[in-house]
Ligand binder design. Structure first.
Ligand code: CA
Ligand code: CA
Length: 214
């Protein structure tokens, strides 16, 4: 009996010390992205039970594929009603870096519930696989101590509108792909074969492909 109690005490102690790392992750759209599309990427923070009061991060992106339009504050640190101070030092589309996305709670409060830290509005300007990487990420406890964390980066494929089957070229196979759905009605998020996203697959979609085939 004594051993069992001891084992339970040890187990509780271990659980207490083995706190999970806070996780900072990028969330990208589920729908297909074409060149010219503007969309949001979210920086999401799950404190995994830790009390946190502020965070900072850079965001690296492929400057030939992505243009960053704006960064807006998420609800992570204000979700319990606290005021926060949010700022971004610089959006550098020439270098492909957003410097210092920062948000901090005003007053001696903290949050423990996962939520969006910041929303990055971007436009796809080229075709290819665009990587998004967080760097210099720091999360602060209310006692101004660093909170151990892990990072989950993401990438987004950006296609030409005429590359219906997503194989990075526009050819007759893309016309075949549209023809197989000809006459169908579509719904959001629109499939690639409704190239102009007007809810019907017709000659207008075929033309968007055909004019890119020599
Ligand atoms: Ca193709
Ligand atoms: Ca259409």
């Amino acid at each position: 009996m004594k051993n069992i109690i001891l084992a339970i005490i040890v187990l509780i102690s271990l659980t207490g010390y083995a706190s999970a790392l806070s996780e900072v992750s990028l969330v990208v759209p589920a729908q297909r992205i074409n060149v010219g599309d503007t969309f949001d990427i979210k920086i999401y923070i799950d404190p995994k039970g830790a009390e946190i009061a502020g965070a900072q991060s850079n965001l690296l992106f492929n400057k030939s594929l992505i243009r960053v339009n704006s960064i807006s504050k998420g609800n992570l640190f204000s979700q319990y009603g606290a005021s926060t101070y949010f700022f971004v030092t610089k959006i550098d589309n020439q270098s492909g870096v957003v410097y210092n996305i920062v948000d901090v709670i005003l007053g001696r409060y903290n949050v423990t519930t996962p939520a969006t830290f910041a929303v990055v509005n971007v436009t796809a300007i080229g075709t290819g696989s665009a990587n998004f990487n967080l760097s210099n990420v720091k999360i602060a406890s209310p006692e101004a101590q660093p909170v151990p964390l892990s990072i989950v980066n993401q990438s987004v494929n950006s296609y030409s509108i005429s590359d219906i089957n997503g194989d990075w070229t526009t050819d007759l196979m893309d016309i075949v792909s549209v023809s197989q759905h000809f006459g169908e009605t579509t719904y959001y998020p629109y499939p690639s074969y409704d190239a102009n996203k007007d809810r019907v697959v017709d000659i207008l979609d075929i033309i968007l492909v055909a004019r890119n085939i020599i």
